[in-house]
Design a protein around this ligand. Structure first.
Ligand code: NAD
Length: 359
């Protein structure tokens, strides 16, 4: 069993912890938190060993009636690998801690690429993280994950001459009460192209991609408006079938009656997905169109969730336990990734194993 510690138990960390706990080959060593808030309370209720991320605050946990398993150093020492899910910039500060105990570490997309030996997306460059001299990986951001999953199969099948993507980004996550805008539409960043394209190049170095960013008053998901000039001119149905074959791309069919991200999230909650999470890119099936070598489509990505299967795969890649096909299959099977089955008459399980007493 791979012992996995999670340092930082917020939006991403709590989802990674649950996903790790569901894997047949992993054991959640514990999670580190800075303070005894509602998330610490739920970690305790789930039976996750809790560690103090800031040792000076140990007493605060005691005062709140929470028993600690130790301090963050104990967690890093006990784990085979640590997933750092602390806020942007803190991961880089924590890098020395993981080095001190010679513990491989996985960072998140809010960190600069140089925080880790490699940037990682399971579909784009899984093998890079399996190299013997690689001890640290950075799972790229939610937007970059969404773009990498889409552009990799297109590049493999047809060649990508140039991708141009406008990212309509949510202002904040549902729990981020301090974020905005509340009533505005912001070019963000106003400089063009945005940093997202270069971030895609950390996992797909030779891909020509330009991105523009816009921020809107929404919390549910991002929406990408995509134009890809391909090296050949496949028909629309051929591209549709190619994307449909990808387990982490969900083609949203018109007959589902889902007209936007609100209903997508509603569907995920109705289907019993934990926290209403959508681990797949949601590609609007009817938007897939080709004009000669130009492909157009819209896709939505759930910023809180799409990087979660990637973190699980990064654990296996970094420790060189399985190859890409095996790892992604195990992750998808365990979590229930693959919503398209609901509309293809297969009705596979789309929630984590055991969630419906079905394991
Ligand atoms: P978050 O603020 O929801 O969670 C971070 C957690 O880390 C909080 O519970 C915070 O209290 C805790 N923390 C703060 N300092 C710490 C320390 N020194 N040690 C341990 N824990 C500490 O943030 P998040 O949204 O989960 O983001 C985490 C990382 O994931 C960032 O790099 C972010 O860019 C990236 N990411 C976020 C999203 C998203 O949409 N939320 C998507 C993809 C990637």
């Amino acid at each position: 069993m791979i012992q996995v510690g999670v340092n930082g138990y917020g939006t991403i960390g709590k989802r990674v912890a649950d996903a790790v706990a569901a894997q047949p080959d992993m054991k959640l060593t514990g999670v580190a938190k800075t303070r005894p808030n509602y998330e610490a309370e739920t970690a305790v209720r789930k039976g996750y060993p809790l560690y103090a991320a800031i040792p000076e605050r140990t007493q605060q946990f005691r005062d709140a009636g929470i028993d600690l398993a130790g301090e963050v150093d104990d967690l890093v020492m006990a784990a085979d690998v640590v997933v750092d899910a602390t806020p942007s910039g803190i991961g880089a500060d924590n890098a020395a801690l993981y080095e001190r105990y010679d513990t491989p570490a996985i960072f998140q997309g809010g960190e600069d690429a140089d925080v880790a030996d490699v940037s990682f997306n399971a579909r784009a460059n899984y093998e890079d993280a399996t190299a013997a001299d690689v001890d640290t990986a950075r799972v790229v951001s939610c937007n970059t994950t969404g773009l990498s999953r889409l552009l990799t199969p297109l590049d493999e099948a047809y060649g990508v001459e140039k991708a141009r993507v406008t990212l309509v980004r949510r202002g904040g996550d549902p729990g981020q009460t301090s974020r905005g805008p509340i009533n505005d539409i912001l070019p963000d960043p106003v400089t063009v192209p945005s940093h997202h394209g270069p971030d895609v190049n950390t996992v797909l170095p030779s891909l020509d991609v330009d991105t523009l960013g816009v921020k809107v008053p929404a919390t549910l998901m991002h929406l990408h408006s995509v134009n890809v000039t391909l090296s050949s001119a496949p028909g629309r149905d051929e591209v549709r079938d190619l994307l449909d074959d990808e387990s982490r791309l969900f083609l949203v069919p018109e007959e589902a009656g889902i007209d936007g991200t609100g209903k997508l999230k509603e569907f995920a909650m109705d289907a019993g997905r934990p926290r209403g999470d959508l681990w797949e890119n949601c590609v609007w099936e009817d938007s897939i169109s080709t004009q000669g070598a130009d492909l157009y489509l819209f896709q939505s990505v759930h910023q809180e969730a799409d990087v979660i299967p990637e973190n699980v795969d990064a654990v296996r890649a970094l420790l060189d336990r399985e190859d890409r096909e095996q790892s992604t299959a195990t992750t998808d099977e365990t979590l229930g990734v693959g919503l398209e089955s609901l509309f293809a008459g297969q009705r596979k399980r789309v929630v984590p194993k055991g969630a419906n007493g079905d394991d």
